[in-house]
Design a protein around this ligand. Structure first.
Ligand SMILES: NC(=O)NCCC(=O)O
Ligand SMILES: [Zn+2]
Ligand SMILES: [Zn+2]
Length: 507
């Protein structure tokens, strides 16, 4: 009985309740959820939030953290990362330990990574990622890419959803000759996703046209990193976004567009949403906070670190994406953390087509988004919680276990001091990379404490992380995006006339 002792509600008490070392009381902070904020204490025991209310009293065996004047918020959930990803002839510099340690130092307590099939096999891909993730120090989930289609893959998709806790599948419309799939596969995949209540995701760029654009650059003698941006303009992102949206509409299944980088793609999403289609748009921090000037830097190391796909766009797209996020056209923020160091980026020193695509962000997301969205006055603190944590948990069906500070939720919590400040440099970050696309960036606000699974893992600028302590979070199908979707099918059928009956002529 946790309430048995007058004056001591939680923890070691005179009535013999055994204590555990993992009891934490966060006192006096402003607790922020996506739906409301309130001044309250938060009591955590054995990895779970037990109570959220004012003036909680505890015994001496409880670690007390004073959060007066600070925000107590759900840890960030990054919906889009690539750790230990074998890509473009190398492997990302951050694996499941270093990437997650960096995340925790920046206030993110869960991420969802992309399992890449092995020679098209989802089962082999899942097993490989299970191994990679064994060293995890924070909770994680998996999306899965689909790179080929046949009866075996179709069955594997069912197994992933029913037995392996995967509820989202990604289709790459770019990376010709590697991950790219065609429209026939996309349609098969969409149909399968719909039948299982799994969310279809797309990397939306027209890969055939990108290939053509790359050839054009080479013919013009442009071999440097700027050729990357020039070869894949935003119209190719818009074309693929529009195509995926229309095909998802044709199948009547919800769609999630990853890394929306341009006004053109964002407007396709806005139009579809206005018509009532269930489309989720995910901007990433690099697209919200940077512009393409980086890839034009005369220094190759500097320019190459900004190479990602779709490319970081010209100034103006960043502000428009921020506005779309603040008005609900786009719903949540990811990072697409896919970090390569300068030696790896140098694989493309003579030809931009060989520069491994990807930028960092898993450690920086919470600070940079606070700076550009909250500190700038574009969104409220509750909206900040929604776009960095809660909406991700809702979309991937793990709310309110994740994405909330409520009794019964996992104790993934940050204490954020809005009056402190942050500074980003490759010298002090926790990623293994020797570069950072946000190098030198400063701003107001700082994640002072991160609690993951009920453990204090980041405090006083020090990380205390344990490999193997992170748990795999299974994500069930039929997220809220599927609610009532079949009514759309019925409407589609009723809007078409009954088949015409034709009779053979008798004479
Ligand atoms: N985005 C990027 O450049 N690298 C990661 C792979 C992907 O998401 O396309
Ligand atoms: Zn992508
Ligand atoms: Zn990605």
């Amino acid at each position: 009985n946790q309430f048995c002792n007058a004056g001591i509600e939680y923890g070691e008490s005179s009535c013999g309740v055994s204590s555990s070392s993992s009891k934490i009381l966060i006192k006096g902070g402003t607790v922020v959820n996506a739906h409301r904020e309130e001044v309250a204490d938060v009591y955590v025991k054995d990895g779970i939030i037990v109570a959220v209310k004012p003036n909680i009293k505890v015994g001496d065996d409880v670690t007390v953290l004073d959060a007066t004047g600070k925000f107590v918020m759900p840890g960030g959930i990054d919906p889009h990362t690539h750790l230990a990803f074998e890509f473009m002839g190398t492997e990302t510099i951050d694996d499941f330990f270093s990437g997650q340690a960096a995340a925790l130092a920046g206030g993110t307590t869960m991420h969802i990574d992309f399992v890449i099939p092995v020679s098209g096999s989802l089962t082999a891909g899942f097993e490989a990622y299970e191994k990679k993730a064994k060293k995890s120090c924070m909770d994680y989930g998996f999306h899965m890419a689909i790179t080929k289609w046949d009866e075996v893959v179709s069955k594997e998709v069912e197994i992933m959803v029913r037995d392996k806790g995967i509820n989202s599948f990604k289709f790459f419309l770019a990376y010709k000759g590697a991950l790219m799939i065609n429209d026939e596969l996309l349609l098969e995949g969409f149909k399968k996703c719909k039948s299982l209540g799994a969310l279809a995701m797309v990397h939306a760029e027209n890969g055939d046209a990108v290939y053509e654009g790359q050839k054009r650059m080479i013919e013009l003698g442009i071999f440097g990193p700027e050729g990357h941006a020039l070869s894949r303009p935003s119209l190719l992102e818009a074309e693929a976004t529009a195509r995926a949206i229309r095909l998802a509409g044709f199948v009547n299944t919800p769609l999630y567009v990853v890394h929306v980088m341009s006004i053109d793609a964002m407007e396709e999403i806005a139009t579809a949403r206005k018509k009532g289609q269930r489309v989720i748009g995910e901007p990433v921090v690099s697209g919200l906070a940077l512009d393409e000037s980086g890839v034009w830097d005369p220094d190759f190391v500097t320019a190459a670190k900004f190479v990602m796909s779709p490319p970081i766009r010209a100034s103006g797209h960043d502000k428009a994406l921020q506005a779309a996020l603040s008005t609900g056209i786009l719903q949540l923020v990811g990072t697409d953390h896919c970090s390569f160091n300068s030696t790896q980026k140098a694989l493309g020193i003579d030809d931009f087509r060989n520069i491994p695509n990807g930028v960092n962000g898993i450690e920086e997301r919470m600070h940079v988004v606070w700076d550009i969205m909250v500190e700038s006055g574009q969104i409220s603190v509750t909206d900040y919680v929604r776009i960095t944590s809660t909406e991700c948990a809702r979309i991937f069906n793990i709310y309110p276990r994740k994405g909330a500070i409520l009794p019964g939720s996992d104790a993934d919590i940050i204490i954020f001091n809005p009056n402190s400040s942050f500074e980003i440099t490759a010298k002090s970050h926790h990623s293994r990379s020797d570069t950072n696309v946000y190098e030198g960036r400063r701003g107001k606000g700082k994640v002072e404490v991160t609690i993951a699974g009920g453990r204090i893992v980041w405090e006083n600028d020090e990380l205390k992380v344990v490999p193997g302590s992170g748990k795999y979070v299974e994500m069930p199908p039929f997220t809220y995006l599927f609610n009532g979707i079949d009514k759309g099918d019925a409407e589609y059928l009723s809007s078409h006339r009954a088949p015409v009956k034709r009779f053979k002529s008798t004479d």
